[in-house]
Design a protein around this ligand. Structure first.
Ligand code: ADP
Ligand code: TPP
Ligand code: MG
Length: 351
C-alpha cells in the first residue's frame, strides 16, 4: 500500500498544478491531487468540454513502445480531441493499470506525460487526479478544457457545399505502424525508407502532436470538426452521418486523392505500392478534419496565413443522391472505383 502512495508522490504529484498557481493562472477553486476528488471552477462565460481516451498495450501501441512515448501518446490523443472541439485544455486525470511496479518505467512514462502537457498552448496542463491499479498495462486519460459558451465545434453541423480541410499529412503513423509491426497489415512487403523517413514515420506513430494551435481558429471558421484517430474516411464519415441526421438530408464527402497532403515517405510509398489504405483509413493521424462554408473560405485562408496554420483543402460535402456512396474518392475529376474497392474498411475498428 505504501508503495502506491510513493508512486503517486514520486511520479505523478509533480505533474500537478504548481502550488500557488491557482489564482495566478485563473483556476480559482481548484484543488489537485491528494484528496478524494479534485474541485474545479468553470471560468465565467465558459463551458467545460470533457474527453476520455484509453490506450491498451498491444492494441493502441506496440508492446515494445518506450514508456516515454506511451505517456506522451496517452495525453496527446486526449488533447487532440479538445483541439477538435475548439477547446483550450485545462486539466487531465489519469487512470493507470500497471502489471508491475517499475520505477524506471514510471519515471519515463511521467516524463512523456509532462512533455505532452507542455507541448500545446504555452501553459502546462496539470494532472488533477486519477487512480492506480495492478493488471495488464492500460492507460485512461480524461481531459477537460474550456470553450466560450455555445461555441464548441461539433461533428453534426457540416452542410452541402462546405469544403473539407485537414491540418497536415495523413497516413504517416500507419506507415510507422507498418515499420514497427509488419505483421499488423498481414503483408510483409519490405519497405525501403531512408533512415530519416523511418524516424519521421515512427515519430508520427509514437508522438502525435495535438493540434491545439487550431482551437481558436476552428471556432471562428469551421462548420464542423473531428480529430482523425481512426482514419480520414471513418472520421469524415462521422461528420457526414451526424450532419445528415441533424439536417434531415443525406450528405456525401467527395475527396480529391491528389489534394491529400502527403509526406515524402508517403509519396514514395504510393508510387511504389498504389496502396491507399494507410493515408485514407490507417488512423493514428491526430490531424484535424474540418469543414468550412464557402462564404468563409477567403477569410479562413487569410487567418491561416496570418497565424501560420497549415490548411489543405481535400474535398467537399455534397448532397447524396440515390445510388451514391457516402464517400467518393476522386482522381482527375472522376470517381476512382479501384481505390474505393481496395479499402476493406473505412478505418480502424475495435470490434
Ligand atoms: N463507454 C462509453 N460510455 C459512454 N460514452 C462513450 C463510451 N465510449 C464512447 N463514448 C462516447 O461516444 C462518442 C464517440 O466516441 P469515440 O468513437 O471514442 O470518439 P473519438 O474517436 O472522438 O474518441 C463520444 O462522445 C464518447 O464520449
Ligand atoms: C499495436 C497497435 N495496433 C494497432 C494500432 C492502430 N490503432 C490502434 S487504435 C487506433 C485508432 C484510435 O483508437 P481508438 O480507441 O478508436 O481512439 P478514438 O477514436 O476513440 O480516439 C489505431 C489506428 C496501433 N496504434 N498499435
Ligand atoms: Mg474515444
Amino acid at each position: 500500500m505504501a508503495r502506491e502512495f510513493d508512486l503517486i508522490n514520486d511520479f505523478f504529484a509533480p505533474l500537478g498544478a504548481p502550488s500557488g498557481s491557482e489564482l495566478h493562472n485563473g483556476r480559482e477553486g481548484q484543488i489537485g491531487i491528494g484528496d478524494d476528488g479534485a474541485v474545479i471552477s468553470v471560468p465565467p462565460g465558459q463551458q467545460a468540454v470533457v474527453v476520455t481516451d484509453t490506450l491498451v498495450a498491444g492494441v493502441h501501441f506496440p508492446l515494445q513502445t518506450s514508456p516515454f512515448d506511451i505517456g506522451w501518446k496517452s495525453l496527446a490523443v486526449n488533447l487532440s480531441d479538445l483541439a477538435a472541439m475548439g477547446a483550450r485544455p485545462a486539466f487531465y486525470s489519469l487512470a493507470l493499470t500497471l502489471p508491475t511496479y517499475d520505477a524506471e518505467w514510471l519515471s519515463e512514462f511521467a516524463k512523456g506525460l509532462k512533455a505532452a502537457s507542455e507541448s500545446g498552448c504555452g501553459e502546462m496542463v496539470p494532472l488533477i487526479g486519477g487512480d492506480t491499479t495492478k493488471g495488464p498495462l492500460c492507460i485512461t486519460v480524461s481531459a477537460q478544457g474550456w470553450v466560450p459558451n455555445g461555441q464548441a465545434i461539433m461533428r453534426h453541423s457540416a452542410r452541402e457545399g462546405d469544403r473539407i480541410f485537414v491540418t497536415g499529412t495523413l497516413g504517416d503513423a500507419a506507415l510507422g505502424l507498418k515499420l514497427a509491426m509488419p505483421e499488423f497489415w498481414g503483408d510483409f512487403t519490405p519497405l525501403s525508407f531512408s533512415d530519416e523517413d523511418r524516424a519521421k514515420l515512427l515519430e508520427a506513430l509514437n508522438r502525435p502532436k495535438p493540434q491545439l494551435a487550431y482551437s481558436d481558429f476552428l471556432r471562428e471558421y469551421a462548420s464542423s470538426a473531428i480529430d482523425i484517430s481512426d482514419g480520414l474516411l471513418a472520421d469524415l464519415g462521422h461528420i457526414l452521418e451526424r450532419s445528415s441526421m441533424r439536417f434531415g438530408y443525406d450528405l456525401k464527402g467527395c475527396i480529391d486523392l491528389a489534394a491529400l497532403p502527403k509526406s515524402q515517405a508517403m509519396q514514395m510509398y504510393l508510387q511504389q505500392t498504389h496502396d491507399w489504405r494507410a493515408i485514407l483509413s490507417g488512423g493514428d493521424d491526430y490531424q484535424i478534419c474540418f469543414t468550412v462554408s464557402v462564404d468563409k473560405l477567403e477569410s479562413m485562408r487569410e487567418a491561416a496565413r496570418k497565424y501560420d496554420l497549415e490548411v489543405y483543402e481535400v474535398g467537399s460535402i455534397e448532397l447524396r443522391m440515390e445510388g451514391d456512396g457516402q464517400l467518393e474518392l476522386m482522381k482527375h475529376g472522376q470517381i476512382d472505383f479501384a481505390v474505393m474497392q481496395s479499402l476493406a474498411m473505412k478505418g480502424f475498428q475495435h470490434f
